[in-house]
Design a protein around this ligand. Structure first.
Ligand SMILES: Cc1ncc(COP(=O)(O)O)c(C=O)c1O
Length: 397
């Protein structure tokens, strides 16, 4: 053990604790759902991305079990080295049809799909233009690239500011390629990117668009096909990222686009080239999850019924939901310490809802981030609302 490293790590941890940024994950002792047992306590879970309740759906479980019987538990190697299993190919074909695109390539997570794709499609002659609230995995993918991208150099626009985007595009005409990248649904605020305007500007200034639909997958558009479907922009978004880890209930990420994009990423997408494929049961479970999404409207209907009720009930009770438009529903607090106190008080009341503080969001914009899902009953949400009201009254005293 290297003493210098160990001491440095210890000091860093102490610093995080001093700044109230130290995280300890709670232990989930039941499947992901609306009501769960965590750290030995039964709670209403408002912090899961299991939007459609598919993570523990009997048909999805059965598909995974059958795939273990047929394929075993591991893929054995990177796909281009060990051979790509037909179940992985089948999943990609299904996803391409679902998204109305020529081709899809699956990565082992949404994070690696961003980290692998962004650097692969630009060079040092290009520029990447980003919304300031883009997800960390987009930011890391952008940083791995050779393109110009820095905020200090003027390539980051204020959140959803289309005049700002146009100004940057106008000044970026000397680059060989211009890439605009945005979350489809912003992960900490729950609002939707103005994709029609972004696409219009991209077409006007000869740029291409990549949209990260991690929180739109299974949530927006036809059967949950995402923001491109929601805004009817089929064929006008070059690169769509979806996650298989949230609404689809399993794990993974994918890139949807043209056949030549897929071909390029198979050859130059580093997480695809250098990391082992998903276990086959993951692909099989995802095909079952897609079957449900395409044939059973009920989970999405319940998700949106719960979302509408939850947002309007919070607003009527006087909470600020920060203009969110999707199941991601922040409850604004402002002060970091107050948000953390609120999280603890909610936990005492039997509600698990995480506080989100700096550096995940800007200083002074702390919030409790809640996510209703199809897995919640109406009683769960009523009980959670009553807990929010009691906690607010108690902390105000
Ligand atoms: C906008 C966004 N993109 C990508 C990801 C990463 O997806 P995954 O969990 O599949 O790695 C997340 C996850 O939080 C996200 O919110």
């Amino acid at each position: 053990m290297n003493g210098t490293l160990q001491k440095w790590l210890g000091d860093q941890i102490e610093q995080l604790k001093a700044e109230n940024l130290y995280k300890v994950p709670k232990i989930l002792e039941t499947p992901a759902g609306g009501r769960v047992r965590m750290n030995g306590k039964e709670v209403i879970n408002l912090s899961s991305n299991n939007y459609l309740g598919l993570a523990n759906h009997p048909k999805v479980r059965q598909a995974a079990e059958a795939a273990i019987e047929k394929w075993g538990v591991g893929a054995g190697a990177v796909r281009w080295i060990g051979g790509t299993m037909s179940v992985h190919e089948e999943l990609e074909e299904r996803l391409a049809k679902f998204k109305h695109v020529e081709a899809v390539l699956v990565f082992t997570s949404g994070f690696t799909a961003n980290a692998g794709t962004i650097p692969a499609v630009v060079t040092d002659k290009d520029v990447i233009i980003s919304d300031e609230l883009n997800h960390a995995s987009i930011i890391d993918g952008v940083r791995l690239s050779a393109a110009k991208y820095k905020k200090s150099e003027g390539f980051v626009y204020s959140h959803k500011d289309m005049e700002g985007l146009e100004k940057i595009l106008k000044g970026a005409q000397s680059f060989q390629k211009r890439m605009i990248i945005t979350d489809g649904v912003f992960s900490m605020d729950g609002d939707i990117a103005p994709l029609p305007e972004i696409v219009r500007l991209a077409e006007q200034y000869n740029a291409f668009v990549m949209v990260d639909d991690a929180h739109a997958s299974g949530v927006l558009g036809k059967n949950g096909a995402g923001t491109t479907s929601h805004f009817n922009l089929y064929g006008r978004v070059d690169i769509q990222l979806g996650t298989l880890s949230k609404a689809l209930g399993v794990v993974g990420g994918y890139i949807a686009g043209s056949a030549v994009l897929k071909d390029w990423l198979i050859n130059r997408g580093r997480p695809y080239l250098f990391s082992t494929a998903h276990p086959p049961m993951v692909a099989a479970a995802l095909i079952a999850a897609l079957d449900i999404m395409e044939t059973d409207p009920e989970p999405m209907r319940r998700l949106w019924e719960n979302t509408r009720w939850w947002k309007s009930a919070l607003q009527e009770a006087g909470f600020d939901t920060m203009g969110s438009e999707t199941p991601i529903t922040p409850v604004y607090v402002g002060d970091e310490k107050a948000a953390q106190e609120m999280e603890r008080a909610l936990w005492d009341e039997g509600v698990y809802a995480l506080s989100i503080v700096y550096p995940t969001v800007a200083k002074g914009k702390a919030r409790i981030r809640t996510m209703p899902s199809a897995a919640h009953s109406h009683e769960d949400l009523e009980a959670a609302l009553a807990a929010f009201e009691r906690v607010r009254d108690r902390l105000a005293r």
